[in-house]
Design a protein around this ligand. Structure first.
Ligand SMILES: N=c1c2ncn([C@@H]3O[C@H](COP(=O)(O)OP(=O)(O)OP(=O)(O)O)[C@@H](O)[C@H]3O)c2ncn1[C@@H]1O[C@H](COP(=O)(O)O)[C@@H](O)[C@H]1O
Length: 105
């Protein structure tokens, strides 16, 4: 398994462990108890990632990418969408061309 896949697995487990926890002590618990906050934070982090990319700042982009991934996982958890559901969509797309898929829409 890749290093990213391993850390994502641990992060998903951490989020589940924080579910229902004290929002004052855990940012994950706070995000999962407030899906609108989780969605807003994901949007903010995505914009920060775009800015880092446009400003050509590789380390800032890596930092913001980590924020985006964490907040996306928290939003999925908050909305009860499992990472298996996302994996199933990605698996379905494997072997297809993104360009062809876009053209058929
Ligand atoms: N990966 C993260 C992670 N990434 C970002 N964040 C938090 O997300 C919040 C983002 O809020 P802000 O945008 O206001 O903060 P910011 O981006 O630093 O501020 P700006 O630069 O945007 O002004 C910060 O409080 C970060 O600490 C994270 N909080 C938690 N985790 C993971 O979740 C675990 C459990 O954390 P708790 O749930 O807090 O116990 C941690 O051990 C980590 O593994």
């Amino acid at each position: 398994m890749s290093r990213l896949a391993e850390v994502l697995d641990r992060l998903v487990a951490t989020l589940e462990a924080r579910r229902g926890g004290d929002p004052a002590r855990s940012w994950s618990a706070r995000l999962m108890s407030d899906p609108k906050l989780a969605a807003r934070k994901l949007g903010e982090e995505a914009i920060e990632a775009v800015i880092a990319a446009l400003e050509d700042e590789p380390q800032a982009l890596a930092d913001e990418a980590a924020d985006v991934i964490y907040h996306l996982l928290a939003l999925l958890a908050a909305k009860g969408v499992s990472t298996d559901e996302v994996a199933a969509v990605l698996e379905e797309r494997e072997g297809t061309s993104g360009i062809e898929e876009k053209a058929s829409r």
